[in-house]
Design a protein around this ligand. Structure first.
Ligand code: NAP
Length: 492
C-alpha cells in the first residue's frame, strides 16, 4: 500500500528566519519533499525573511546548496528543484526596524491564499513579528502563525509571548510546534491505544508497572554552549518533548481526534502531575553534566570545554546536560505508576523511546526459568518502530526454555513507505489548518508551571549537576533513582 498525498490549497508560507539553521536542516528539505510528491499548487509561494541583502535568485541558489547538503542521499532532482525554485523569494527585513515593514507588506497582494507565518527566530522576536504582520494588514481569517520552541524560558515569559501573539491572532490560528508530535511513532501510539480494544483494559495501574521515556543523544553541545548554559536539559527537552510524550501515553480516550478534544485530555494529565517539592527533589530527580569520555571509540571533551569565553574555566559551566525525573500522575488511572523521564547529551548512543513495562506474572509455573515482564516499546530514534516483547518457548526438544522475543508491531513494511520527517507532516498540518498536533496555550503554560517548581526546588536545595562520563547512560543518581524503587532503566 503506497502513501497518499492530498494537495493543499494555494498558500504563501513566510519563514521568518529563512536563512537560519532550522530552515536549512529541517524546513527547506521538508518543503522540497512535499513539493516533490505534488502537494503544492503551482501558485504557492515560500517567502524567506532575514536581515541579509539577498535577491530572490541568490536565495534560490543558496537553497540549492542547502538541499544538496541536507537531503538524504543527496537526491536533488533538477526538474523538481526548478519547480521548487520558482516558488522561492527572499525579503530583507530587520523585524526590529519599523520602517522596513512597509516594504515588506508591499510584497504581498490580497490574493485570497492561505498565509502562514513560520517564526523560526529567537522567541524574543515572536511578539514583534506578530505585531508587524498584523499592522501590515496581512492577518485575516485564513492566516496562521507557527511558533517554534521554546515558547518562553519559564511560566512568566511564556505568558508574555502568548499574550503578545494572542493579541493579534486567535488561539485557533496559533500553531506551537513540538516536532515530536509529528513523528509517525507518536501518532501510532494514539492509533494503538484507541484503534484496538486490546490495550485499554491493561493501560493503567492494574497492569502497568512503570513507564520509561528516554530521549538520549550522543551529540554534545559544542557551538550551542551559550544557549545551553542559559537553558539546560530540563527546559530544552523535558518542558516540551518529554511532557508531550507523557501526555499522549497517559491521557484518557478523547471524544474524537478533533484538536481540542485531544488537547483537553492532554491538559488534564499536565494538571494531574504531582508537583516536585524541595523536600523530595533529591530523591525524585537527577541532574548531570557530561565529563570527557569516549563515544564510538572517539574521545570527546567535557561540556565545559565548549565554553569559548575568555577567563571562563570549564568547571564554571553550570547547566545540566542530563536530567532524570520520577514523575507521578495523581489520577485514578495512574495512581502508583511512576513515569520515569530521562534525557541527556553525550549518552552512549542516540536512542529515544517510550517503554511501557507491564507487571510480572503473579506466579511462574516454569520453575527456575527466568520470565521477563512484557514490554511495549515505541521507538522514535534512530529508527521509528513499535515492538511488544513477549515470552515464548524456545523451539526444540531440549526441555522447556523460555525466551523474551520482540514482536514487530510497526507495520512499516506493510505500508511500503519511508516514514516522513516530522516537519513534513507538521508543515502540511499548518497549511491544512489542523492544529491537533500542536500545543495549545494552556498546555505550554501548565508544562512551565511544573518545570518551574523543579527549577525552584533545585535552586533552594542547591542541587548541582553531577558529572557523568560521555558515552555512559548518565550520572550515578539516575541509577539510584530507579534502584530505590527496585527497578532499572531499559537501555535499548
Ligand atoms: P539561527 O540559525 O540563529 O537563525 C535565526 C534566523 O533568524 C536567521 O535566519 C536570522 O537571519 C533570523 N533573524 C535573526 N534576527 C532577525 C531580525 N532582527 N530580523 C529578521 N530576521 C532575523 O537559529 P535556528 O537554530 O534556526 O533557530 C530558530 C528558532 O528555532 C529558535 O527559536 C530555536 O530555538 C528554534 N529551534 C531550532 C532548532 C534547530 O535545530 N536549529 C530546533 C528546534 C527549535 P539573519 O541573521 O540573516 O538576519
Amino acid at each position: 500500500m503506497a502513501a497518499e498525498f492530498v494537495p493543499v490549497d494555494p498558500f504563501d508560507l513566510v519563514i521568518f528566519g529563512g536563512t537560519g539553521d532550522l530552515a536549512r536542516r529541517k524546513l527547506l528539505p521538508a518543503l522540497y519533499h512535499r513539493d516533490q510528491d505534488g502537494q503544492f499548487s503551482d501558485d504557492s509561494r515560500i517567502v524567506a525573511v532575514s536581515r541579509q541583502d539577498m535577491s530572490d535568485e541568490q536565495y534560490a541558489q543558496w537553497v540549492r546548496e542547502v538541499l544538496e547538503e541536507h537531503l538524504p542521499d543527496k537526491e536533488l532532482d533538477n526538474e523538481v528543484f526548478s519547480r521548487f525554485q520558482s516558488r522561492l523569494a527572499h525579503i530583507q527585513l530587520d523585524v526590529d526596524d519599523e520602517a522596513g515593514w512597509k516594504a515588506f507588506s508591499e510584497r504581498f497582494d490580497d490574493n485570497g491564499r492561505i498565509r502562514a507565518f513560520y517564526l523560526a527566530t529567537a522567541p524574543s522576536l515572536f511578539g514583534k513579528i506578530a505585531n508587524g504582520v498584523a499592522d501590515a494588514g496581512l492577518v485575516d481569517d485564513r492566516a496562521r502563525i507557527v511558533l517554534e520552541k521554546p515558547v518562553g524560558h519559564d511560566y512568566e515569559s511564556a505568558r508574555e509571548i502568548n499574550d503578545a501573539v494572542g493579541a493579534r491572532f486567535a488561539e485557533s490560528q496559533i500553531y506551537r510546534i513540538d516536532h515530536y508530535l509529528g513523528k509517525e511513532t507518536v501518532q501510532n501510539l494514539i492509533a494503538l491505544r484507541f484503534g484496538n480494544s486490546l490495550f485499554e483494559p491493561v493501560w493503567g495501574r492494574q497492569a502497568v508497572d512503570n513507564v520509561q521515556i528516554t530521549v538520549a543523544e550522543s551529540l554534545g553541545v559544542d557551538e550551542r554552549f551559550d544557549f545551553y548554559e542559559a537553558t539546560g536539559a530540563l527546559r530544552d527537552m523535558v518542558q516540551n518533548h518529554m511532557l508531550q510524550l507523557l501526555c499522549l501515553a497517559a491521557m484518557e480516550p478523547p471524544a474524537s481526534m478533533n484538536h481540542d478534544d485531544v488537547r483537553n485530555e492532554k491538559i488534564k494529565v499536565l494538571r494531574s502531575l504531582k508537583p516536585i517539592t524541595p523536600q523530595e527533589v533529591h530523591k525524585v530527580t537527577a541532574r548531570g553534566q557530561y565529563a570527557a569520555g569516549m563515544i564510538d571509540g572517539k574521545a570527546v571533551p567535557a561540556y565545559g570545554a565548549a565554553n569559548k569565553k575568555e577567563q571562563a574555566p570549564a568547571e564554571d559551566a553550570e547547566a545540566e546536560t542530563f536530567v532524570a525525573i520520577k514523575a507521578e500522575i495523581d489520577n485514578w488511572r495512574w495512581q502508583g505508576v511512576p513515569f520515569y523521564l530521562r534525557t541527556g547529551k553525550r549518552m552512549a548512543r542516540k536512542s529515544s523511546q517510550i517503554v511501557v513495562e507491564f507487571k510480572p506474572v503473579p506466579h511462574s509455573i516454569f520453575g527456575e526459568e527466568p520470565l521477563q515482564p512484557n514490554r511495549l516499546v515505541l521507538r522514535l530514534q534512530p529508527e521509528e518502530g513499535v515492538e511488544m516483547s513477549i515470552m515464548t518457548k524456545e523451539p526444540g526438544p531440549g526441555g522447556f526454555r523460555m525466551r523474551s522475543l520482540p514482536l514487530n508491531l510497526s507495520f512499516s513494511q506493510a505500508f511500503e513507505v519511508a516514514y516522513p520527517d516530522a516537519y513534513e507532516r507538521l508543515l502540511m498540518e499548518v497549511l491544512r489548518g489542523n492544529p491537533a498536533l500542536f500545543m495549545r496555550r494552556d498546555e505550554v503554560e501548565a508544562g512551565w508551571q511544573w518545570i518551574d517548581r523543579i527549577l525552584e526546588s533545585w535552586r533552594l536545595e542547591q542541587v548541582e549537576a553531577q558529572e557523568y562520563m560521555a558515552g555512559s547512560w548518565g550520572p550515578t543518581d539516575a541509577f539510584v533513582l530507579l534502584d530505590r524503587d527496585g527497578r532499572r532503566w531499559h537501555d535499548n
